[in-house]
Write a protein that binds this ligand. Structure first.
Ligand SMILES: NC(=O)C1=CN([C@@H]2O[C@H](COP(=O)(O)OP(=O)(O)OC[C@H]3O[C@@H](n4cnc5c(N)ncnc54)[C@H](OP(=O)(O)O)[C@@H]3O)[C@@H](O)[C@H]2O)C=CC1
Ligand SMILES: Nc1nc(=O)c2c([nH]1)NC[C@@H]1CN(c3ccc(C(=O)N[C@@H](CCC(=O)O)C(=O)O)cc3)C=[N+]21
Ligand SMILES: [Mg+2]
Length: 287
C-alpha cells in the first residue's frame, strides 16, 4: 500500500513559517494585502475562495474578495485590475480562472502588474519560470505546492520519468516546467494524446490534472509510481473526489496524494506564502 502524502499537515507546517514572516512585516507596519477577483460561479473556484478566505483570516493577511457578475466586459475587468495595480495596500492580485468565454484570459493576466501577480500567470513570470530564472518571481501555486510535497517526502526527481496529464496554464504547463528544471524527463499529455494509458504506465512520477472523476485506474499506473492527484471533481453521489481512482491506485503506487487534503491545501499555503513574499519584495524595493 502506498504512503499517503498528507498535504493538510504539510500545509500547516509551512503556515507556521509564514506566520513568523507575517509578524516580521507587521513589526514594520505592513499587512500583506491580497485581492481575489471572482467572475461568475465556477464550482472549483468557489471551494478555493472559501478555503483561502478562512486561511487568510486565521493568518492575519488582508484578503479581499471581489465578486463580479459574469456579464462584466473585459475592458471593465481590466480597469478594476488597474485600480489594484495602483493601490499600495494590495501586494497580490488573483483572478480566478476559468473566466467567462467572452473574456480573453491572456489580456486579463497580462493586465496584472507582474510584481503583484499572486498566481505567477503573467507572461513575464511564466517566461522566467521556463528560462529557470525564478529569483523573486511568483510561480503558479498548485505546481509549486506539489514541488513542496516532493521535497517534504524526499522524492528524488533527478533523471526520473515524469508524466503530466493536462496542459492548462494553471497546472499542467507550469508543472512540466518545474519538473524539467528539477532534471526530470517530462512528457505532457492532453486530450489529443494517443495511447494515454501506455504513457502513464511508464511514469515514475505521475501528475494528473484533467478534471474527470477517478479517470486514472490501477492499470494506468506503474508499480511504485509517485502519484499526484490535482483533480477537484464530483462523483455520482456529489462527493468531492480526484482525477485518480484512489482506492485502486493506492494499492499499486509507492506514494499518493488524497483528495481532499492533498494538493488543495498546499495550493492555498503556497498562495499565502507567495502573497507574503510579494509584500516582502515590495518593501525591500521601497526601502
Ligand atoms: N487542487 C488544486 O489546487 C487545483 C485543482 N484543480 C482541479 O484540477 C483539474 C484540472 O484543472 P485545470 O488544469 O484547470 O483544467 P483544464 O480544464 O483547464 O485542463 C484540463 C486538461 O486536461 C486535458 N484533458 C481533458 N480530457 C482529457 C483526457 N481524456 N485525456 C487526457 N487529457 C485530457 C485537457 O486537454 P486539452 O488541452 O487538449 O483540452 C486539458 O489540457 C480540475 O478538476 C480542477 O478543478 C485546478 C487547479 C488547482
Ligand atoms: N487563478 C486561479 N488560480 C488557482 O489556483 C485556481 C483557480 N484560478 N481556479 C480554480 C482552481 C481550483 N483551485 C483549488 C485550490 C484549492 C482547493 C482546496 O482547498 N481543496 C480542498 C477542499 C476541501 C473542502 O473544502 O472540501 C482539499 O483538496 O482538501 C480547491 C481548488 C485553485 N484554482
Ligand atoms: Mg481552461
Amino acid at each position: 500500500m502506498a504512503t499517503i502524502m498528507d498535504g493538510k499537515a504539510l500545509a500547516a507546517e509551512i503556515d507556521k513559517t509564514t506566520t513568523v514572516r507575517i509578524q516580521r512585516l507587521a513589526d514594520q507596519g505592513i499587512v500583506p494585502g491580497l485581492v481575489v477577483i471572482l467572475v461568475g460561479d465556477d464550482p472549483a473556484s468557489k471551494i478555493y475562495v472559501r478555503n483561502k478566505e478562512r486561511r487568510a483570516k486565521k493568518m492575519k493577511i488582508n484578503s479581499i474578495v471581489r465578486n463580479l457578475p459574469d456579464t462584466i466586459s473585459e475592458a471593465d475587468l481590466i480597469k478594476i485590475i488597474q485600480t489594484y495595480n495602483e493601490n499600495p495596500t494590495i501586494h497580490a492580485i488573483l483572478v480566478q480562472l476559468p473566466l467567462p468565454a467572452h473574456i480573453n484570459e491572456f489580456n486579463v493576466t497580462n493586465a496584472i502588474a507582474p510584481e503583484k501577480d499572486a498566481d505567477g500567470f503573467h507572461p513575464t513570470n511564466i517566461g522566467k519560470l521556463v528560462i529557470n530564472h525564478t529569483e523573486k518571481t511568483p510561480i503558479a501555486c498548485t505546481p509549486q505546492g506539489i514541488m513542496s510535497i516532493f521535497n517534504a517526502y524526499h522524492i528524488d526527481l533527478d533523471g526520473k520519468k515524469a508524466v503530466v496529464v493536462g496542459r492548462s496554464t494553471i497546472v499542467g504547463k507550469p508543472m512540466a516546467a518545474l519538473l524539467v528544471n528539477a532534471n526530470a524527463t517530462v512528457t505532457v499529455a492532453h486530450s489529443h494524446t494517443h495511447n494515454l494509458s501506455q504513457l502513464t504506465r511508464e511514469a515514475d512520477i505521475l501528475v494528473v490534472a484533467v478534471g474527470i472523476a477517478k479517470y486514472i485506474k490501477e492499470a494506468d499506473v506503474k508499480s511504485d509510481a509517485v502519484v499526484i492527484d490535482v483533480g477537484m471533481d464530483r462523483d455520482v453521489n456529489g462527493k468531492l473526489v480526484g482525477d485518480v481512482d484512489f482506492a485502486e491506485v493506492e494499492r499499486k503506487a509507492s506514494y499518493i496524494t488524497p483528495v481532499p487534503k492533498g494538493v488543495g491545501p498546499m495550493t492555498i499555503t503556497t498562495l499565502i506564502s507567495q502573497t507574503v513574499a510579494l509584500a516582502e519584495w515590495s518593501s525591500e524595493k521601497n526601502g
